[in-house]
Ligand binder design. Structure first.
Ligand SMILES: *Cc1c(COP(=O)(O)O)cnc(C)c1O
Length: 395
C-alpha cells in the first residue's frame, strides 16, 4: 500500500489532518472518500485472485484513515483499524512471546490492565506492574524481565507497555529514556497514545515499536463511535498484526471507520481549544479550597511537568482532581449541569466521572478522584458550572 504524499511534502500536522486521505483532484471526484458496504470482493481467477478477498481481511473505507494515522504518527507503513481501542490493545499484547513478560504501568488504562491480568492468570505471560513515572524502577523491572526470559527463542521476549500521561492518574513517563532502556534489554515497546494524540506526542519518533489508540476518544472526537487502531513502525510487525486481525476478526465497521476520519478533520482545532481550556481550569482549580489535590501536567508544580514539557507539544485536556472523599466527589458530579456525568473522554463536550465508581479501578486511585475531560465549550461556562458544583460538594 502506498503512503499518502503529504508526509513527504512536509505539510504541517494541522494541515495534514484536513488533507490526508482525500480522493485525487480530478473532475467530478467526491471530496471525501466513500463508504464501501461489501462483505466480499470479486475475484475472477481459478485460484483466489485480487488483493481484498473478503470483508474480514480488508475494506476500502479503512485505507485512507489507516494511512492518515500512520502519516501523523510518523510510520512508514499504514496503521490498522479495530472494532475498539481494547481490540487494538489485545492484538498488540499478543505480540509478546508465550512465556514472556509484560511490564505495564500500575495505573495504565484499567481495561488494558484487566485484560493483561486475566491473560497473565492463564499463564500466557508474566505481568509486572510498575510506577511508570519512576524510571529507575521501570528499568530494574526490564532488567529482571530480560533475565527471566533469557531462554526464550522469540523476537519479543519482553514487552514494555507505555501510557503517558496515564488514565486517570496523569503520571508522565520519560518515554525516550524508557524506550532506550527497553531496547537495550531486548524489550518491545507499545505506547498507548490516546490521551496525547499524534498532534501532541509521537512515540514512534523516539523509538516505540507500536502505537495504539482508542480512536473512540480524541481522534473521532464526538462521542459517537467506538473504534481502535494500532500503528506499527515496521512492515514485519504490521504483517503480524494484520494476520491476527484477519483471523481473530476484531475489525472496524465501515461506517465507524468513515466517522473516525471525518472526526480527524477537526482534530487540530479541537485539541488546541480543549488544551487551552484545560490549562485555564487547572490553574484555577489548583487554587480552589475544595480541591485537595490536582494532577495536570501543564501545572508548573506538577510532578510530571518537566518531562511532559520536554516530550509533548501540549499538555492535553484531561485533569484529575481529588476532593478528599467519595461523597464530596459524588456531590460534584451530581451538581454539575453543563458537565455531563459519563465515562469516556476526548469528545467536544466536557465530561466528568468519579473513577472509583468502577469496581475494576485500582484501589490506589483515590476514592475522591474526579477525572475531568475538558471539551471545547466556552471556558467561563465550564468554570461557572464547576465552581457551583464544588460549592455544593463542599457543603
Ligand atoms: C478508552 C481508552 C482505551 C479503550 O478504548 P475503547 O475504544 O474504549 O475500547 C484504551 N486506552 C485509553 C488510554 C483509553 O482512554
Amino acid at each position: 500500500m502506498a503512503m499518502s504524499a503529504d508526509h513527504r511534502t512536509g505539510l504541517r500536522p494541522s494541515t495534514r489532518v484536513v488533507s490526508l486521505g482525500r480522493p485525487p483532484h480530478e473532475d467530478d471526484a467526491a471530496v471525501n472518500p466513500p463508504i464501501t458496504l461489501s462483505s466480499t470482493y470479486v475475484g475472477t481467477g481459478a485460484v483466489a485472485s485480487g488483493s481484498r478477498g473478503y470483508g474480514r481481511y480488508s475494506n476500502p473505507t479503512w485505507d485512507p484513515f489507516e494511512e492518515a494515522l500512520a502519516d501523523l504518527e510518523g510510520a512508514q507503513v499504514p496503521g490498522l483499524l479495530y472494532g475498539s481501542g481494547l481490540a487494538a490493545i489485545a492484538s498488540a499484547l499478543d505480540l509478546v512471546a508465550p512465556g514472556g513478560t509484560v511490564v505495564m504501568p500500575a495505573h495504565t488504562y484499567q481495561g488494558a490492565l484487566l485484560g493483561a491480568q486475566e491473560t497473565a492468570a492463564t499463564g500466557r505471560f508474566d505481568l509486572v506492574t510498575v510506577d511508570i513515572a519512576d524510571t529507575r524502577q521501570v528499568v530494574e523491572a526490564l532488567t529482571e524481565a530480560q533475565r527471566a526470559t533469557a531462554d526464550l527463542e522469540h523476537p519479543r521476549p519482553v514487552m514494555l507497555w507505555l501510557e503517558s500521561p496515564t488514565n486517570p492518574m496523569l503520571e508522565v513517563a520519560d518515554m525516550p529514556a524508557l524506550i532506550e532502556a527497553a531496547h537495550s534489554r531486548d524489550a518491545f515497546v507499545v505506547a498507548d497514545n490516546t490521551f496525547a494524540t499524534p498532534l501532541l506526542q509521537r512515540p514512534l519518533s523516539v523509538g516505540a515499536d507500536v502505537v495504539v489508540h482508542s480512536v473512540t476518544k480524541y481522534l473521532a472526537g464526538h462521542s459517537d463511535v467506538v473504534l481502535g487502531a494500532c500503528v506499527p513502525a515496521t512492515a514485519e510487525v504490521r504483517d503480524l498484526l494484520l494476520h491476527h486481525r484477519s483471523i481473530q476478526g476484531a475489525i472496524a465497521g465501515p461506517f465507524e471507520a468513515w466517522l473516525g476520519l471525518r472526526g480527524l478533520r477537526t482534530l487540530a482545532l479541537r485539541v488546541e481549544r480543549s488544551c487551552a481550556n484545560a490549562q485555564i481550569l487547572a490553574d484555577r482549580l489548583a487554587e480552589h479550597p475544595a480541591v485537595t489535590a490536582i494532577r495536570y501536567p501543564g501545572l508548573p508544580d506538577d510532578p510530571g511537568h518537566r518531562v511532559a514539557a520536554a516530550q509533548m507539544d501540549g499538555f492535553g485536556a484531561i485533569i484529575s482532581i481529588d476532593l478528599g472523599s467519595a461523597a464530596a466527589a459524588d456531590r460534584l458530579v451530581e451538581q454539575c449541569r453543563l458537565w455531563t456525568p459519563a465515562t469516556s473522554l476526548g469528545g467536544v463536550e466536557s465530561l466528568l466521572e468519579r473513577r472509583r465508581r468502577h469496581t475494576a479501578e485500582p484501589e490506589s486511585v483515590p476514592e475522591g478522584l474526579v477525572r475531568l475531560s475538558v471539551g471545547i465549550e466556552d471556558v467561563e461556562d465550564l468554570w461557572d458550572d464547576l465552581t457551583a458544583g464544588l460549592a455544593a460538594a463542599g457543603s
